[in-house]
Design a protein around this ligand. Structure first.
Ligand SMILES: O=C(CO)[C@@H](O)[C@H](O)COP(=O)(O)O
Length: 285
């Protein structure tokens, strides 16, 4: 009898520990409690209308704006830098999430902070002074993330995770939008989620109706998405991605999923929870 009570107590303690770690498990499936957030990547927008396109995705339910800063050296493409972001900042209060695909990220910390960037994510492959750069970004009052290219082992970021706001797992080779989702990167997301239940894990590249379930189940909660959002019904697609994270990542029931911001309007006609069938018929990239 006494052993039974002790057994009950130890199970209870185990449950409390597990819940405290931010993970719940229902029917063998692991869920986490990090909130879903969708960040449209303006790389897929009409850049001549950067302000209008950014304000539009905000209205359609975006949680933040993802800005791909490329230097033509770290990646074989060129985009924009702090002056353009500073211009955009004047027109929006949205969280600006800058992904620095540059060879010398430390060089841009001051300019990005002055331009109004909220979150500064740099590549672990771009510097030998990761800890120093994390500290420098924080000192400027920005959130800080570390990104990993597809060939970089996830272990490289472990020493820094306790000091980071997010880890970005690239699910395409950085440099261009419109590429195919690399499902083999999900093992990295799963390992990060297992080790760091309270960490924000961002994925970027090839996210769409047909790939979001896998990313959400692996544990990603920040979803960067370019082509899929900008080439279709934005409100509907943003909402589909968000509901998938809530359902497959947070374990929410259909009735508790975030409704579409403009539900009922012509922009978001019939989103009623994400299911495999809904997702499969939701339009392609
Ligand atoms: O950083 C990158 C590419 O380097 C991404 O942000 C892409 O812009 C995502 O675009 P899609 O794959 O969603 O079109």
């Amino acid at each position: 009898m006494r052993r039974g009570f002790a057994g009950y107590l130890s199970w209870r303690a185990l449950f409390i520990l597990y819940a405290a770690a931010g993970i719940t498990s229902i029917m063998g499936e692991r869920f986490h409690s990090r909130p879903a957030a969708i960040g449209p990547s303006v790389l897929a927008a009409d850049m001549s209308r950067l302000m209008e396109e950014s304000l539009d995705v905000e209205r359609q339910g975006a949680d933040y704006i993802h800005l791909d800063v490329m230097d033509g050296h770290f990646v074989p493409n060129l985009t924009f830098g702090a002056p353009v972001i500073k211009g955009l900042r004047k027109h929006t209060k949205a969280l600006l999430d800058a992904h620095l695909m540059v060879s010398h990220p430390a060089q841009w910390v001051d300019d990005m902070a002055a331009a109004g960037v909220d979150r500064f994510t740099f590549h672990v492959e771009a510097t030998d002074k990761v800890a120093e750069l994390i500290a420098a970004v924080k000192a400027k009052g920005m959130g800080v993330g570390v990104a990993l290219k597809p060939a970089t082992p996830v272990e490289e970021v472990f020493p820094y995770c306790d000091d980071l706001d997010l880890v970005l797992i690239m699910t395409v080779e950085p440099g261009f939008g419109g590429q195919s989702f690399m499902a083999d990167q999900m093992s990295k997301v799963k390992e990060l989620r297992r080790r760091y239940p309270g960490l924000d894990i961002e994925v970027d590249g090839g996210l769409a109706d047909k790939t979001i379930e896998e990313a959400a189940r692996a544990g990603a909660n920040l979803i960067v998405c370019g082509s899929y959002i900008f080439k279709g019904n934005k409100a509907e697609r943003i909402n589909l991605l968000k509901q998938a994270v809530e359902k497959y990542g947070n374990g929410k029931k259909d009735e508790d999923l975030t409704p579409c911001v403009v539900l009922g309007s012509e922009h978001c006609p019939a989103v009623a929870g994400v299911t495999g069938a809904d997702a499969a018929s939701g339009g392609g990239r």
